[in-house]
Structure formats: structure tokens, C-alpha cells
Ligand binder design. Structure first.
Ligand code: GLP
Length: 242
């Protein structure tokens, strides 16, 4: 694992965007795995700035998102579909047909999961997967004790994850109880992984990941130890217990 320490969230966003932009410049038809949550928002903003200033084109890029809530319509204000359009896709030149997010409203969710893995495979696999991390070490929506062998699947969200995401909703009762997520195996098959970690509230998770280094399904992010190309960009606050 390569660890890049940065001063703060602003720095992290710039470094993450540079990493992604360089990759796109070298491979314009990249398959880019994207994440939601607060952490990547700043990087997406920097990518939009770069697009406006330097015209880095996403015309041939294909994207696959990590996860989506079950039961939220695409145009729901809290769907990850809406998040990605608002925070990135509406502001760059990527054709919407080249952006992919699991459909949390699919009638047959299991078929949706299987088709999502097939889609990733048909695109030639993920070249670079962007990740955040949950307080309990979840990646995507793979909660503690998820098998490292999982492919895209349906998960029941833990109450800690639902409470962590409550801030985006009016009330905890509105936070969906289930989600579709790429599995840990699906994530690990990405050729490269970029994990972004910011803020004091992630410091215990960072301690587990970087200091304890105990590979266990109890801590999903520890699955990354086995991956040959992981870059972690973390700010000082997140690294404060290391
Ligand atoms: C959510 C997402 C994850 C994300 C995590 C951390 O549960 N499904 O992909 O990494 O939260 O989010 P944040 O960046 O807001 O701390």
C-alpha cells in the first residue's frame, strides 16, 4: 500500500483529483469506479474545475459506481444516482450512457446484482476504483463480516452506517435499510484502488487499517492488504493515531 499524507481535506481533494486526471490523460477510455459519501466530493469538484480550465475530456471514460440504496427512485434527492449527477456527471462531458450505477429499484434485485458484475466484466474490468471508508471499516456498503469473496450483492445496512448517513435525510426512518453494493471480490479485482480518508472521526478506522494491520472479515478494508496496487491518500487528522 502506498500512503500519501496530506495536510487537510482541501489538499486531499487536489491530490485525489490529480491522481484520477493523470490516469485519464494516459488512458482516455478508462473504466473508472466511483464512490459517494462526503469524502470524494472535493475531488469531484477539483475534477470539474480542471475540466473547465484544462478541458480534460471524459468522452471515452466509462464509470461504474460502487453502490446504491435499495428502494430510492433514481431521481430521489438522496439516491446515489442523483448524487453522481449533481456532484460530477452534469458538469463534465461524459455521456450519461457511459455512467453506471446499480438500480436499487430493480424488481429482481438479485438479477440486478448479477447483471452488474456482468457489466463490469464486459467493460473489461475496473482500471481504477475510488473508495472511501466507513467508521466500521466498510468499503462500498460491505459491512463487517462480509465475506471477502462476495460479488455485487444486497446488504442490510448496520444501524451505525444508517446513523452515519442520517445527516443526508430528514429523519433516520427515511434512511434505507438495504443497499446494493459491489462485493469485496468485485472491488479487489480492480486493477488499481485509490482510498481517500479524511477527518478525525476516521482516525480509529485508520489505526486499525495501518497500525493493527489485522486481516479479518470483521474489518472489510483489511481485504485491501492483498491487493497489489492500493494508494491511500489520508489527511493529518485521519492519521492522528498512527
Ligand atoms: C457510505 C458509502 C461508502 C462511503 C462511506 C463513507 O456508506 N456507501 O462508499 O465510503 O459511506 O462516507 P463518508 O465519505 O461520507 O464518510
Amino acid at each position: 500500500m502506498k500512503i500519501i499524507q496530506v495536510e487537510d481535506y482541501h489538499d486531499l481533494s487536489i491530490k485525489a483529483a490529480q491522481h484520477i486526471i493523470t490516469k485519464i490523460q494516459n488512458e482516455p477510455d478508462l473504466v473508472l469506479g466511483l464512490a459517494t459519501g462526503s469524502t470524494p466530493k472535493g475531488a469531484y469538484k477539483q475534477m470539474i474545475n480542471d475540466f473547465q480550465k484544462n478541458n480534460t475530456s471524459y468522452r471515452y471514460v466509462k464509470t461504474v459506481n460502487l453502490d446504491e440504496y435499495v428502494g430510492l427512485a433514481k431521481n430521489d434527492i438522496n439516491s446515489y444516482f442523483t448524487f453522481m449527477n449533481e456532484h460530477l456527471f452534469n458538469h463534465i462531458d461524459i455521456p450519461y450512457s457511459q455512467t453506471h450505477i446499480p438500480n436499487g429499484m430493480a424488481k429482481d434485485l438479485q438479477t440486478e446484482c448479477n447483471n452488474y458484475d456482468k457489466l463490469i466484466h464486459s467493460l473489461g474490468g475496473i482500471d481504477l476504483q475510488l473508495l472511501g471508508i466507513g467508521h466500521n471499516g466498510h468499503i462500498g456498503f460491505n459491512e463487517p463480516y462480509t465475506s471477502f469473496k462476495t460479488r455485487t450483492h444486497i446488504v442490510k445496512l448496520t444501524s451505525s452506517t444508517r446513523y452515519a448517513n442520517e445527516r443526508f435525510f430528514q429523519h433516520i426512518n427515511e434512511v434505507p435499510k438495504y443497499a446494493i453494493t459491489m462485493g469485496i471480490q468485485t472491488i479487489l479485482e480492480s486493477k488499481q484502488i485509490l482510498l481517500l480518508i479524511s477527518g478525525k472521526d476516521k482516525r480509529k478506522a485508520v489505526h486499525k487499517l495501518l497500525v493493527e494491520q489485522n486481516m479479518s472479515e470483521e474489518f472489510p478494508a483489511s481485504s485491501l492488504y492483498d491487493h497489489p496496487h492500493v494508494t491511500i491518500i489520508a489527511d493529518k487528522a485521519a492519521l492522528s493515531l498512527t
